[in-house]
Design a protein around this ligand. Structure first.
Ligand code: ADP
Ligand code: ADP
Ligand code: ZN
Length: 216
């Protein structure tokens, strides 16, 4: 099963993929998380990528396609994976198609989480992330049991620099111009399903599972 989870920044992709990968035993491939991890490990790629990320800009297609290509070649991505946050441009979607074709493989389903702009802003500004394991919380909608501390690993929670209002606005604009056209790209193939993201975590999850049942 090869799934792609789409939606604007803050839609809930990361939150939903945490559950999906466990239930369906999928390998989670999140380019945003890969960049943040590379940065935490002080790698040159991570430091270079973070210059763009912090401003709310996209990392170049070349760099992004290359890390995904390498990731897809690892054995744990051979049968089942969930892509979150990639592709984000039509050029990336075309590159992904070529990579999968070479591996004699293809995407089975694309889930697009739909949320309105006000909710996006609220969700991003209140988002907190674990420094150690990358788990996501929200100050009001999903608070950790202990303030500032990750429920799963005890790590310290922080606010991403790109979740400050200036970067958020930039990211939303980029989403509209560069990422939204991909919806059309996949809906023409009949494998895309829209899911209403303006519901509780559990209700969104239920709808995603139902949508997956329809296409796979
Ligand atoms: P994305 O990966 O699409 O950017 P996240 O999963 O990180 O989105 O969610 C953004 C923020 O919104 C997080 O703080 C998360 O806890 C919160 N969130 C996600 N889904 C919901 C929901 N259905 N209801 C309320 N808050 C949500
Ligand atoms: P969100 O779901 O909140 O948008 P992500 O964790 O998916 O956040 O991505 C964070 C940032 O990492 C993006 O704003 C962008 O700068 C960079 N990034 C992630 N994925 C890609 C991609 N496929 N192409 C270019 N840049 C990316
Ligand atoms: Zn943690």
């Amino acid at each position: 099963m090869k799934i792609l989870l789409m939606g604007p920044p803050g839609a809930g992709k990361g939150s939903q993929s945490e559950k999906l990968v466990k239930d369906y035993e999928l390998t989670n491939i999140s380019t945003g998380e890969m960049f943040r991890e590379a940065y935490r490990n002080n790698s040159p790629l991570g430091i270079e990528a973070m210059r763009y990320i912090n401003k709310g800009e996209l990392v170049s297609d070349e760099i992004t396609n290359e890390i995904v290509r390498k990731r897809l070649l690892r054995s744990d991505a051979e049968r089942c994976f969930l892509l979150d946050g990639y592709p984000r441009t039509v050029a990336q979607a075309e590159a992904l198609d070529k990579m999968l074709e070479k591996m004699q493989s293809k995407l089975n389903a694309v889930i697009n989480i739909v949320v309105d702009k006000q909710a996006i802003l609220e969700r991003m500004v209140g988002r907190r992330v674990c420094k150690s394991c990358g788990s996501t919380y929200h100050l009001s909608f999903k608070p950790p049991r202990v303030d500032g501390v990750c429920d799963s690993c005890g790590g310290e929670l922080y606010q991403r620099e790109d979740d400050q209002l200036d970067s958020v606005k930039n990211r939303l604009e980029i989403y509209e111009t560069k990422t939204k056209p991909i919806i059309d790209y996949y809906s023409k193939r009949g494998i895309l399903r829209n899911v209403d993201g303006m519901q509780s975590f559990d209700a969104v999850y239920k709808d995603i599972k139902q949508a997956l049942g329809e296409v796979i």
